[in-house]
Design a binder for this molecule. Sequence first.
Ligand code: CS2
Length: 510
Amino acid sequence: MTTPTPDLPRLTRSTPIAPEASGPRVRPTGVGIVHLGWGAFHRAHQAIYTEDAMAETGDLSWGILGDVERSPQVRDAVRPQDGLYTVLTVGLDEHGHTVRSARVVGSVVDVAYPGEETPRLLAAIAAPTTHVVTLTVTEKGYARRPDGRLDVEQAAADIALLAAEEAAGDADVSAAAPATTAMGLLVRGLAARRRAGGAPVTVLSCDNMPENGRVLRGVVDELVDAALPGEAGAALRSYLEESTTFPGSMVDRITPAATPDVLDQVAAAIGARDEAGIVAEPFRQWVIEDRFAGPRPAWERVGAELVPDVVPWENAKLRLLNGTHSVLAYAGRLAGHATLAEAVTDPAIASHARAFMVDDALPTLTPPAGADLLAYGEELLVRFANPATGHTTRQVSTDGTQKIPFRWGEAVAWNLEQGRVPDGVAYGLAAWSEFVRRAVRDGVDLGDPAGAERLTATVHEVGEDRPEDAARALVATPGLLPGDAGTDDRLVDAVLAHVRDLTQAGDGLL
Ligand code: CS2
């Protein structure tokens, strides 16, 4: 616990910060990157690599303009701070003592909210001085239906605006209407870029999805087709084909959503009030497919890996880290554990999490060159057990219908195909379905806006007090598991056995 520090000055470029804290390392001279989905993860990851690359090379043109999707609140926190914010890195040393270091990051030029500043964001995506658009908009930000196709209803307003903007043919976007989806903002920005001269640009997804670059490119193409069928979209399609690339990337750093307590810890560490501070673990990793349409920051000089094929890295991280994370989060919430660190050290949960990781997920993977996946998995369990980040089961349990297909799907499909029942996944599915049933029963927010309506209806149909029937119905939710796996008797039987054990152990939910 730290004491609130209301009298401290606000963090800005001219506020002196405590000598134990470091940074900012740079003051950018312009915007070279537009980032869509400027949240905690971006702050602790890409923004740091980018600041380090600027400091390392002296090329200060790679400043970041961030787009905050959800509300103007984050913008209003960071704008008075000249784009500065703090990352408080917390880990454990070999004796189990907490080690902290605070770093003020200087790579962000400003942050804008599309509800009020779409013209500025479109102009920035269109500017020839911008060379890279990065994204962390989360799985649901890709506006896809359960079958993976673009949800045209969700993107309808942006589709209509894109059609109108292309028909007008004007490069001036100063009167553009607000974008309502991140995908719409991106495609309208790319179209404006074409109209303004068509400079090449790289669009780099940094979201936790397999083949994130290919998925993003698919959504972009579908959005263009919906707005500009046939000849109307010919110019934009050939611009996308010839002058843009959508590389994939694997990103990793455990970065919890900030809490008031984190802001107090940050204030104590830097000696200034920072409304956009965050906490993160020491580990970070970024593997990027080396396929850029134009210039980029020298990320490879500051720890990022540029590789010809990123897919083996993405799969390993998604299935081992994120997959196990989700198992721990749902089981943890049922057992009353607020943090991942508590969940992974509960022996009743840890054995299933390990079974998921080692027995179910690991055999599905082709190790990336030089990687020892068993050692990687062991290291993950140590990272999860770091209590200092306060990473919550509540946060990781969000968006289940969006995350589970990517995290558990392949472990289900691969194992069933080998004639083996993946018992760790079955446990995870049982924990998820009990989480859903108890949340619906108790009126607790599922944190899954894309799936909530369907899941709630399913639980109401079978009855809130029928755990096994609920599990059977929930696991069969369309799009959750690949093919017919959700109704495969072998898998369903294993899920139901775990549901019985879980309900015997208790009926609560955190
Ligand atoms: C987590 C991830 O919230 C979640 O679902 O699994 O955000 C995880 O912490 C990051 O991917 C770690 O890199």
